[in-house]
Ligand binder design. Structure first.
Ligand SMILES: [Zn+2]
Length: 112
């Protein structure tokens, strides 16, 4: 089996597929319960702790270019599905803008 298939299999063994959203929910360890950067999937790979959604994306599509990052389009931090509806390669600027838009939308909802 190729290294790619092994990595994919290792990840998929700890994923729960959410039928409603199509999300592949990570059921293994995460980056913690609270604080900045919390709630992201983590795993051990080659002796290192890595972010599972990034490993999954890289495994399928190749390296992430500098100044780009992976955004959760589905807004589910634990999702590791390497497809456009779930994980998308965006510029850092666009990612920040999106988070801001999402927060603003949430605020409007609270006001109503
Ligand atoms: Zn998803």
């Amino acid at each position: 089996m190729s290294r790619r298939s092994k990595i994919r299999e290792k990840i998929m063994s700890r994923v729960h597929v959410d039928e409603a959203t199509g999300c592949w929910i990570w059921t293994g360890p995460t980056s913690g319960e609270s604080g900045r950067g919390a709630g992201y999937p983590r795993m051990s790979l080659g002796g290192q702790t890595v972010a599972v959604h990034l490993v999954m994306w890289t495994n399928e599509h190749g390296y992430i270019p500098g100044k780009k990052e992976i955004d959760h389009v589905c807004r589910n931090r634990l999702c590791v599905r390497p497809e456009d509806d779930h994980l998308e390669l965006v510029t850092r600027k666009r990612n920040i803008l999106r988070q801001w838009e999402a927060r603003k939308a949430a605020m409007v909802c609270e006001e109503i």
